[in-house]
Design a protein around this ligand. Structure first.
Ligand code: C2O
Ligand code: CU
Ligand code: CU
Length: 426
C-alpha cells in the first residue's frame, strides 16, 4: 500500500527457463518468474497501481481481462510497453468478487506472447460468503489450464498451427506444471478454473463422473450453486467449482471432448481427453461447511432497458465482414445506456466472443433461455457453429471518445488474424 492508499503491484515481464520435464529446459516468458505470473488480489473499492516493466526485449502489453476500468488502463493494443519501459495503470476496483486474469494483448502477436507463458490470475474479493472455501492454496485453488506442445520435453517455441481454430497442443500444463496433483485436507475444495489456452475448448468433468457445484462464472458468483457433472470453457472463460472428496480417495479432474454442436470436432489427430489434476485427499479431512443455498445477488438486466441492438457475425477471421482496423471505430456506445449485442458464429467453426470493460448477461441462446451455467456475469462466451447469442450489457462510465476498448474472438489465432473490433463509450 503506497502513501496514496493504493495497493501496489510491481510486475516484471521477463524471459525464463523452465524444466517442464526434468533435465529438458525450455526457453519461456513469465511475469516475476519463469512461466506465468503471480496471482494478484484486491478488494472491491480498493485502488490499485500496477507497475509493469518489460524485460523481454519485444513490445508487449498486459491486459486485465474481465476488469471494469478506464480504457487507458485496459492494457489492450493501445497501451504498448516497449522494451525496458514501465507502464503504470491505476484504477479503482469496482465490481463483484470474481476470478479475473491478465495476459498480453499486442496486436497480431497475442497468441505467441501468451503461449510463451505470459498470464496470471487477478482475484477480486468482496464481502465473504459464509460457507464458501476461501483459504488460498488450501481449499481455494486457482488452476490455469493450457494445452501445449512439448518436443523432446521442451516447449515448442513456434506455437505451431493446427486446425481452423488455431493451435492445439497434445499435453496439458496446469499452473505451468505437467501431470499435477493437489493434496486436499478439507472435505470440500474450491477450484477456480481458467481456460488459458490459445484455442482449445475444455470440457471439465471427473473421471468417476461425480457431481460438483459450479458457483461462479467469468464475472462473479452465480445466484445459487449449480449442481452439474461437467463445465465447458472456451479460451478466456472461467468457472469456479466446489467438489467434495472422501478421506483417502483420489479424484481425477479430467477434460473430455467438448460438445461443440453441428458435428464440429476440435482435434488435430491427437486425443482430446486429458487428465487435468489429481486430487489426493488426506486420510483425515477437516470438515468444510455446507454450501449456502444462495450465493449472490445477480440482478437481471431487463431487455426492455436496452436502447439498441447491434449484430456481430464472426466468420472467416472477420467480424461483420471486416478485419480489425485501428483507424475504424466499429461501435459508438452511449454512457449510462444498455445495449443488446446479438452475436453469432457464421462460418462453421468455434469462436469465443469477448468484450472488454463490461460484464454482460446472456439473454438467450438460439432464442432459448440460457442454461444455469450462463445465468451469471460473463465476459466471454463460446459460440459453436451456427449458434446465436443475445448478450445484454450496461456501459456505466469511463466515457472517452478517443480511447477504444476491444471486442474480439478469444481464439487467439482468430484474434491475431483480425477477428477484432473497437468500441468507444461517449
Ligand atoms: Cu482476454 Cu481482449 O482479451
Ligand atoms: Cu479482455
Ligand atoms: Cu474465432
Amino acid at each position: 500500500i503506497d502513501a496514496a492508499g493504493r495497493r501496489v503491484f510491481d510486475l516484471r515481464v521477463r524471459t525464463g527457463r523452465r524444466e517442464f520435464v526434468p533435465g529438458r529446459p525450455s526457453a519461456t516468458w513469465g511475469i516475476d518468474g519463469d512461466y506465468l505470473g503471480p496471482t494478484l488480489r484486491a478488494r472491491r473499492g480498493e485502488r490499485v497501481l500496477v507497475n509493469v516493466t518489460n524485460q523481454v526485449g519485444e513490445t508487449t502489453t498486459l491486459h486485465w481481462h474481465g476488469m471494469h476500468l478506464p480504457p487507458e488502463m485496459d492494457g489492450g493494443p493501445y497501451q504498448p510497453i516497449r522494451p525496458g519501459a514501465t507502464w503504470s495503470p491505476t484504477w479503482t476496483i469496482d465490481q463483484p468478487a470474481a476470478s479475473l486474469w491478465y495476459h498480453p494483448h499486442p496486436h497480431g502477436r497475442t497468441a505467441r506472447h501468451l503461449y510463451r507463458g505470459l498470464a496470471g490470475m487477478f482475484l477480486v474479493d468482496d464481502a465473504p460468503v459464509p460457507g464458501l472455501p476461501h483459504r488460498y492454496g488450501v481449499d481455494d485453488v486457482p488452476l490455469i489450464v493450457q494445452d501445449r506442445r512439448l518436443v523432446d520435453g521442451r516447449l515448442d517455441p513456434d506455437e505451431p498451427m493446427s486446425g481452423t481454430t488455431g493451435f492445439l497442443g497434445d499435453q496439458l500444463l496446469v499452473n505451468g506444471v505437467l501431470g499435477p496433483y493437489l493434496e486436499v485436507t478439507t472435505t470440500r475444495v474450491r477450484l477456480r478454473l481458467l481456460n488459458g489456452s490459445n484455442a482449445r475448448v475444455f470440457n471439465f468433468t471427473f473421471a468417476d463422473g461425480r457431481a460438483f457445484a459450479q458457483i461462479a462464472s467469468d464475472g462473479g458468483l452465480l445466484r445459487a450453486p449449480h449442481t452439474t457433472r461437467q463445465v465447458q470453457l472456451a479460451p478466456g472463460e472461467r468457472a469456479e467449482i466446489v467438489v467434495t472428496v472422501a478421506p483417502g480417495e483420489r479424484a481425477v479432474l479430467r477434460s473430455v471432448a467438448p460438445a461443440t454442436g453441428a458435428g464440429f470436432v476440435q482435434r488435430d489427430g491427437g486425443s482430446d481427453r486429458f487428465d487435468v489434476l489429481e486430487l489426493r485427499a488426506a486420510a483425515r479431512l477437516a470438515p468444510s461447511p455446507g454450501l449456502p443455498a444462495r450465493l449472490a445477488d445477480v440482478p437481471a438486466i431487463p431487455a426492455r432497458t436496452a436502447v439498441r441492438t447491434r449484430t456481430f457475425e464472426l466468420a472467416e477471421h472477420q467480424i461483420n465482414g471486416r478485419k480489425m482496423d485501428p483507424g475504424r471505430i466499429d461501435a459508438h456506445v452511449l454512457r449510462d445506456t444498455t445495449e443488446i449485442w446479438d452475436v453469432r458464429s457464421g462460418d462453421g467453426t468455434l469462436h469465443s466472443f469477448h468484450v472488454h470493460d463490461v460484464q454482460f448477461q446472456v439473454l438467450s441462446v438460439d432464442d432459448r433461455r440460457p442454461p444455469p451455467h450462463l445465468a451469471g456475469w460473463k465476459d466471454t462466451v463460446l459460440l459453436p457453429p451456427g449458434t446465436r447469442m443475445r448478450l445484454i450489457m450496461r456501459f456505466d462510465d469511463y466515457a472517452d471518445p478517443h480511447r477504444p476498448y476491444m471486442f474480439h474472438c478469444h481464439m487467439l489465432y482468430h484474434e491475431d488474424q483480425g477477428m477484432m473490433g473497437q468500441f468507444v463509450v461517449l
